[in-house]
Ligand binder design. Structure first.
Ligand code: GCO
Ligand code: MG
Length: 429
């Protein structure tokens, strides 16, 4: 008798018996995959692509979950290759988020079967915890300083700084006072931002790059004067600059010693970062919208960046992000995993198990989810003294409460678009 193909379950206990795609909106929209073995062991994966959630839900439900039934939950690599190579239409955010969810759920199951927290299967603990950075922002310096103090009080030891720009209305990444309604949004802090913008069309924001380039260095000068030289500060330019503008910003910010400058240019043309790198020693981070290892090749091999921003959720799962980060380590490039509130607690937990194990951990973004989100996922990870730890429960340490989730049905919500203040042209944001 010939041996069964890899991926086919030999043992009924580890055979995948069910695969459900769960879409809910506790605070914001999330797409979650739940796999269950015949013995009832469950694994979760995050497949949330902000603003395009239902496309991934359909990709999973229509084209992936039927393929998983009967497969061996232990065959993680084979399943990854089966879905990646098998699709023929490789890469792209929808495909890779779907593969990521399957991969993460399988790692969750494997760790539960082993009775170990997942990081133990990834090599064990390499550090006490994962240094996290929080998001401080303000329409003006007074609000910004308040927000930084609030984050320091919460225990953050590294802080992203975003500020309003004189002459411009709302700027993406800056909390508006409307979000300060803690009770209503279930926000865990007065400065939680990026609530789901529920509407059938995106909000339109306005932009002026010259005003931004003039203002940003003044903000960092003021923050350093107020908070001193020690505090690691980060900043996200959110893809809005040309290479030469980005080079200028990097140079202008050098006196303020940033931990990193993120997404200075749009991500499609990675060669643009060569120009930026020629001009500045400000460390660069990119990759939150990348989805495979191939997106990083030029950036790594030419040492054009310092931090990898891919999350588990959008880069094909734990298996794929581990591979990207091992490749990065060859060039002394570190992790800086994306962790806004649209990465679900499942995606964040996966990042923490990986982050605590790998040799080249850099920093982890941590925006904190709303109370409503945490009530559905009940994560075991903890934030203490500026460090995140994944918890010691077997698996990922995240659950899914169906009943609570049912009270929060999906509602369309979109990221904004950006138009130039000067003439209304659509601009990168
Ligand atoms: C960040 C990001 C986010 C993204 C958002 C898109 O660095 O945290 O830029 O704010 O814009 O996650 O869905
Ligand atoms: Mg970003």
């Amino acid at each position: 008798m010939s041996t069964p193909a890899p991926g086919v379950a030999r043992d009924a206990a580890t055979r995948i018996a069910s695969a459900e795609v769960l879409v809910a909106s506790p605070g914001r929209n999330f797409v979650t995959l739940r796999l269950r073995t015949e013995d009832g062991v469950e694994g979760l994966g995050d497949a949330t692509v902000n603003g395009r959630e239902l496309a991934v839900a359909s990709y999973l439900g229509d084209h992936v979950t039927p393929l998983l039934i009967g497969r061996d939950a232990h065959a993680i690599e084979d399943t990854w290759q089966y879905l990646y190579r098998g699709a023929y239409w490789r890469r792209g955010p929808v495909t890779m988020a779907a593969i990521a969810a399957v991969d993460t759920a399988l790692w969750d199951i494997k760790a539960k079967l082993a009775g170990l927290p997942l990081y133990q299967l990834l090599g064990g603990r390499s550090r006490r915890g994962c240094l996290a950075y929080g998001h401080a922002s303000g329409a003006d310096l007074e609000e910004l300083f308040d927000s930084i103090r609030d984050h320091l009080d919460q225990g953050f030891r590294a802080i992203r700084v975003q500020s309003g720009i004189p002459g411009l209305g709302s700027v993406y990444g800056v909390a508006s006072s409307a979000n300060a309604a803690v009770g209503e949004t279930g926000a865990t802090s007065r400065y939680d931002h990026e609530p789901a913008r529920r509407a059938i069309r995106p909000v339109e924001e306005e932009w002026d790059t010259r005003a931004y380039l003039r203002h940003a260095p003044k903000v960092f000068e003021a923050v350093r004067a107020e908070f001193g030289p020690e505090l690691p500060l980060l900043h996200d330019a959110h893809h809005r600059l040309t290479p030469i503008q980005a080079a200028r910003l990097g140079k202008d910010l050098e006196p303020y010693d940033l931990f990193w400058l993120e997404d200075v240019t749009p991500a499609e043309n990675t060669a643009m970062l060569r120009r930026v790198r020629e001009h500045t020693t400000t460390p660069l981070a990119i990759g939150e919208v990348f989805n495979t290892i191939w997106d990083y090749r030029e950036l790594f091999e030419e040492q054009l960046i310092d931090y990898v921003r891919s999350p588990v959720t959008h880069a094909g799962g734990i298996t794929a992000l581990r591979r990207i980060l091992d490749y990065a380590a060859v060039y002394q490039i570190k992790s800086g995993v994306h962790g806004p509130t649209d990465i679900s607690p499942v995606g964040l937990a996966a990042a923490l198990h990986l982050g605590i194990a790998i040799p080249n951990f850099g920093i982890q973004e941590y925006m904190k989810h709303s109370r409503a989100t945490d009530e559905v996922f009940r994560p075991a990870y903890r934030f203490t003294d500026g460090l995140l730890t994944p918890g010691e429960e077997p698996g990922l340490g995240v659950g899914y409460d169906d009943e609570t989730a049912r009270a929060h049905p999906y509602a369309p919500a979109y990221l904004p678009v950006n138009r130039l203040q000067l003439d209304g042209s659509l601009h990168d944001w």
